[in-house]
Design a protein around this ligand. Structure first.
Ligand code: Z5A
Length: 212
């Protein structure tokens, strides 16, 4: 059966995920690959509805486990309806965020516990994981500066500085624990330098994927 490759792009607010995903898509397409670009939470009509529920500021306090289960509800729909079928067709999939975001935001940011989130991930997804994860790493202040003036903050963007410090630290810890899957990109540099580093990581992954 044909099998594509799965790339996730992670990082904190304003790290440049959306901006850099376009470059990754272009490089893969130039190599003659069929590419599906998607995102989390979201990626299917139902999962996009769950995204709206998750991001909308609301008066009712959202319980941590409610948030965690909504994230995974959207993810399972996305994995089963979009990601796995695309990979089975031989397409390459680029997802703006995947399970590492849940470890970082819910596990560390919300302090639900990284091990607890990992356990749920294993229960629902087994060993299904991205083949490559590009982590765009940026100091929290820089990300906030980049997003200043973008409009009303969503429910996550309303969190305090310490929340985002925990998110960043958790991402870096994940990357250190799985150096084979992660490529950490210093996203604080000017955009052309970041794009060059992303291109280099994708190039190396293409070579590695083509090796017998
Ligand atoms: N969430 C969660 O809690 N748990 C989960 O499991 C998942 C998600 C999957 C929505 O995600 C929220 O969901 C997110 C976590 C939570 N919370 N928040 N906040 P999202 O990915 O849709 O939202 P986001 O992280 O806020 O994305 P973003 O703000 O759009 O950031 P981005 O895509 O990384 O950045 P960008 O749009 O490409 O760039 C931002 C700006 O910076 C833009 O003006 C660029 O032109 C500029 N930019 C980009 N790169 C550079 C460089 N190198 N220099 C200068 N300026 C730059």
């Amino acid at each position: 059966m044909a099998s594509g490759r799965f790339i996730s792009v992670e990082g904190g607010e304003g790290a440049g995920k959306s901006t850099n995903i376009e470059g990754v898509r272009a490089r893969l397409q130039a190599a003659g690959l069929r590419v599906v670009v998607t995102r989390e939470p979201g990626g299917t009509p139902l999962a996009e509805e769950i995204r709206k529920l998750l991001l909308a500021p609301r008066e009712e306090a959202v319980c941590d486990d409610t948030e965690l289960l909504l994230v995974f509800a959207a993810r399972m729909q996305h994995v089963e309806r979009v990601i796995k079928p695309a990979l089975a067709r031989g397409d390459w999939v680029i997802s703006d965020r995947f399970t590492d975001a849940t470890i970082a935001y819910q596990g560390a940011g919300r302090r639900m516990g990284v091990d607890r989130v990992q356990a749920l991930r294993t229960l629902l997804l087994g060993d299904f994981a991205p083949d490559l994860t590009l982590l765009l790493d940026l100091p929290v202040d820089r990300g906030m500066e980049r997003l200043a003036g973008r409009g009303a903050p969503d429910r996550f963007e309303m969190e305090d500085r310490e929340f985002f410090d925990r998110v960043r630290a958790a991402y870096l810890q994940l990357a250190a624990s799985e150096p084979g899957r992660f490529r950490v990109i210093d996203a604080a540099r000017p955009l052309p330098a970041v794009q060059a580093a992303v291109a280099q990581a994708v190039e190396a992954f293409l070579l590695q994927s083509a090796a017998p």
